[in-house]
Design a protein around this ligand. Structure first.
Ligand code: ADP
Ligand code: ADP
Length: 230
């Protein structure tokens, strides 16, 4: 069944920019989907709609069974706990250690201290950072900081992980390490939707590719290619 569905979704920003023009798409449980396209095409908007960072001007959006346009504000945290989000610039809290950054995502859901400590260790081990749990972000490399962000996104055991250019600030070797991590997470059944400009990765991994241009889906292929020269 579809974990993400959009039906004729349009987005116009308050300044009049028409960012999305009639997007319809279904993403099934367990898929790994790349979202590609030129800068300004609407990729980030497409992704932000999924966790209700942005609201559609019209159209219907369903994510993990939540009806996004009808969702009451007090239910937004419930939606966001079912989705892990990873950003290009990591968005870690600079004064908190790796472990505290991950724990922060868990503290809202009423687990005991002991359960939080266990889960934090589990996910940081999963990303290979069990030895660096007490480091601050500034003491970690870019790749390690992104691993912390991936661990944080996993903390609540989400059905879907959404990533917006997660390798955009990383060198090629580090990017491959992060991609391998997403691959393992996907192998365990988590759906992954990732906007990326990394042609080499998209062309080697051969997963579903959705290309967006001028706010429209212009290509949607199983085992697709990056398909742009930049
Ligand atoms: P991409 O991620 O593909 O670069 P975006 O979704 O960020 O594309 O942007 C799509 C279009 O919407 C662009 O023209 C961009 O300038 C515009 N846009 C994005 N965010 C906003 C905003 N908050 N207000 C106004 N326009 C925006
Ligand atoms: P390791 O951390 O074990 O050295 P890498 O992170 O280098 O592994 O690579 C992870 C996966 O990505 C491996 O399956 C490897 O074959 C693949 N890979 C690494 N670099 C490239 C590349 N430039 N092109 C295609 N595949 C690559």
């Amino acid at each position: 069944c579809a974990v993400i569905e959009m039906q004729d979704v349009w987005k116009e920003y308050p300044n009049g920019t028409q960012a999305l023009n009639g997007i319809s798409v279904q993403i099934q449980k367990g898929e790994f989907v790349y979202v590609v396209g030129p800068s300004g095409a609407g990729k980030s908007t497409f992704i932000k709609l999924m966790y209700r960072e942005v609201r559609p001007t019209r159209g219907h959006i369903f994510v993990n069974g939540f009806n996004i346009e009808r969702l009451k504000d007090h239910k937004i945290p419930l939606l966001r706990r079912s989705i892990g989000v990873v950003f290009q610039d990591f968005k870690l809290l600079p004064k908190l250690t790796a472990a505290e950054n991950v724990a922060f995502a868990l503290e809202v859901i009423g687990l005991s201290h002991k359960q939080i400590r266990k889960r934090v260790r589990e996910v940081l081990t999963q990303v290979g950072l069990e030895d660096k749990m007490d480091m601050l972000p500034s003491q970690l490399s870019g790749g390690e900081q992104q691993r912390v962000a991936v661990a944080r996104s996993l903390a609540n055991n989400p059905a879907v992980i959404i990533a917006d250019e997660p390798t955009g600030n990383l060198d090629p070797d580090t990017s491959w390490g992060i991609m391998r991590l997403f691959q393992h997470i996907n192998d365990r059944g988590t759906t992954i939707v990732m906007a990326t400009h990394n042609r080499e990765i998209v062309n080697s991994m051969r997963r579903r590719v959705i290309a967006i241009e001028n706010g429209m889906i212009v290509r949607d292929e199983e085992k697709g290619y990056y398909g742009y020269d930049e």
